[in-house]
Design a protein around this ligand. Structure first.
Ligand code: FMN
Length: 259
């Protein structure tokens, strides 16, 4: 037995199916939005913990673990140009990447090798606290590699020059080549390196080839073979964000005790 329906019925039926499906998609997008935001926040916190050495990449952390470890971290918003802390700005909801993309809350960056186009007026600093003292500062860093913009966190000792850790959490470099920026064996080699020279100029460099030990070759880390262009980008983005157009003024205030 076959049913023949008219064209109008077919159109009506397809329209009804489309409508039901689109309502379903819209509802799930709206209902999941809060959860996605929570997950994004947790992911960011986890990466701050990784850079700060408060979590390992191979550790399975529950949401509660992340929150518990993050309790020792004090996020603070700072005005990048002056390096002043802005205690009245709520750091828990501050979206630095959003601020960087928005012309109202950012300025054009001077030409720079990290190809950072805009700098937000304000940035976030994650202060790692121990016994009421700030022992490390974790700064967000970003800039162009070969194919993509890399985003990561750089943890620095309270001396404002010694690297305590680094984590890259977003990029589209080639897995096995530039993608090795995520490899914990490579990032472990950053610990103990120094970002600034004796005159507080940023001189950090990912070398082409192998660096010496942190004691003999404090300003360099090993290059990634077959990924020289990604490494150049990493060198440039670190020096940009610790420099005068990034967190330089904040780091200066911090080490001089005027935070
Ligand atoms: C398919 C493909 C993917 C590549 N991906 C990267 C990459 O992610 N990062 C990078 O620096 N170089 C990448 N390269 C290599 C660069 O083109 C360039 O040869 C390399 O950066 C030079 O590094 P080396 O001097 O260490 O060999 C890629 C090359 C090919 C063919």
């Amino acid at each position: 037995m076959s049913h023949n329906h008219g064209t109008a019925y077919t159109i009506w039926f397809s329209g009804a199916v489309c409508l039901v499906c689109s309502i379903f998609v819209c509802l799930s997008a709206v209902m999941l939005k809060d959860r996605q935001e929570v997950n994004r926040q947790l992911d960011k916190q986890k990466n701050v913990l990784l850079a700060a050495g408060l979590a390992r990449g191979d550790e399975e952390l529950s949401n509660a673990d992340v929150q518990q470890r993050f309790a020792s971290i004090r996020p603070v918003v700072v005005e990048l140009k002056t390096g002043r802390e802005l205690p009245d700005v709520d750091a828990s909801t501050f979206d630095m990447r959003g601020a960087q993309a928005d012309e109202a809350t950012s300025s054009r960056a001077p030409d720079n090798p990290a190809k950072v186009l805009r700098v937000p007026h304000n940035g976030i600093v994650y202060q790692v606290m121990e016994g009421g003292r700030t022992v490390k500062l974790v700064l967000p860093v970003s800039g162009k590699g070969l194919w993509s913009t890399l985003h990561g966190f750089l943890a620095i000792d309270a001396d404002t020059t010694t690297v305590k850790g680094v984590s890259f959490y977003e990029h589209s470099e080639t897995p096995g080549l530039g993608g090795e920026v995520e490899n914990p064996n490579w990032t472990a080699g950053w610990v103990g390196r120094r970002l600034f020279d004796d005159n507080w100029l940023p001189v950090f460099q990912v070398k082409k080839g192998t660096a010496g030990s942190a004691a003999e070759d404090p300003h360099h880390v090993d290059g990634l073979s077959g990924a020289t262009l990604t490494c150049k980008g990493v060198t440039a983005l670190v020096n940009f964000w610790i420099g005068e157009n990034g967190y330089g003024p904040y780091l200066k205030n911090f080490r001089e005790g005027g935070k």
